[in-house]
Design a protein around this ligand. Structure first.
Ligand code: ADE
Ligand code: ZN
Length: 327
């Protein structure tokens, strides 16, 4: 057995970003939409930098137009995840793309996603929970509508609220109202920071949004006092090494700070972000990390435990998954 065969917990996966290119090409064909410009010769997604990635991501999402499309997408993505050994997954869901932040439309999309999750749980044993995500470059006004969608549908399936998108636009505190609303509705909180923004973006997310997890957060490594603060507060980083290397934040796997952050006491977990965009899977992330840092099975088991302990599900589900992670 290799580490790639271990059962896994994934906390940071964008549903639209996990759509296989073939899936979106097929949907576009059914709807007679031309999205051929977003694909490379080899059939994968083509983009030149992060900003372009966000544009290609949004164009690919144009093929997803109905709750039924999201039902099929959720099933396809969960089957890929399960094939990679994932037993528990948290996914970022966007009312921006699912019904344009209209609450009754959002309810329909969410129902379709939940129904697909129930099927995948039966057939593939994978458990899914959802995190509604505001998109930073769409601005705080749309963020507020997104937060209302999240607060109104919080429950056993919809367990968290987050912030994704272009970190260079605006500040986390522009979204404080959204996070306060989500917190009051009982949702747990995470925000993307320290991916394109420096350590100050991580500090701002922790202080101004009072999140318990950070999406990426890896650039905290540039500020030793912040690394100590994250370790002391037990803030969990949803690290996506393959995404960071593919987008050029780090030139190679060995240059990635995940191992140093872990050695300095920060709680790190491993996820894929938008796997087909970055030519990765959870099994591949585990393999590449084992190669880069000489990590053995015990390290990956520890990372899985950190992830399920930081998951936004209830205690009963956590205990069930912990059992499935045992050797
Ligand atoms: N949306 C999808 N992937 C993202 C990423 N890596 N960073 C910010 N927003 C995203
Ligand atoms: Zn992300």
């Amino acid at each position: 057995m290799t580490v790639a065969d271990l059962p896994k917990v994934e906390l940071h996966l964008h549903l639209e970003g996990a759509a296989p290119p073939k899936f979106n090409r097929g949907l576009a064909k059914e709807k007679a939409l031309d999205i051929s410009g977003i694909f490379a010769q080899d059939g994968g997604y083509a983009f030149s930098d992060f900003w372009h990635f966000l544009k290609v991501y949004e164009a690919a999402t144009g093929a997803l137009q109905t709750p039924e499309d999201y039902h099929r997408l959720t099933l396809a993505v969960l089957r890929e995840s399960a094939a990679s050994g994932v037993v528990y997954s948290e996914m970022f869901l966007s009312p921006d793309f699912c019904g344009g932040r209209d609450l009754s439309a959002w309810r329909e999309y969410l129902k379709a996603i939940e129904e697909a999750a129930a099927i995948a749980q039966k057939t593939d044993g994978i458990v899914l929970k959802g995190i509604v995500t505001a998109i930073r470059h769409f601005g705080p006004d749309k963020g507020r509508e997104t937060a209302v969608c999240a607060a109104e549908t919080a429950g056993d399936f919809l367990v968290g609220f987050g912030l994704a998108g272009d970190e260079k636009i605006g500040k986390p505190k522009d979204f404080a109202w959204c996070f306060d609303m989500a917190r009051e509705a009982g949702l747990r909180l995470t925000a993307h920071a320290g991916e394109w923004g420096g350590p100050e973006s991580v500090r701002d997310a922790v202080h101004d949004l009072r999140v318990e997890r950070i999406g990426h957060g890896v650039r905290a490594i540039e500020d030793p006092a912040l690394v100590d603060e994250l370790a002391e507060k037990g803030i969990v980083l949803e690290v996506c090494p393959g995404s960071n290397v593919a987008l050029g934040i780090y030139p190679a796997w060995r240059a990635h700070p995940i191992s140093e952050l872990r050695n300095r006491g920060v709680k790190v977990t491993v996820s894929t972000d938008d796997p087909p965009f970055f030519h990765t899977t959870m099994a591949r992330e585990f393999d590449r990390l084992a190669d880069a840092f000489d990590w053995d099975e015990a390290v990956f088991r520890d990372i899985n435990r950190t992830a399920i302990n930081a998951a936004f599900c209830d205690q009963q589900k956590r205990q069930d998954i912990l059992k499935r992670l045992e050797p």
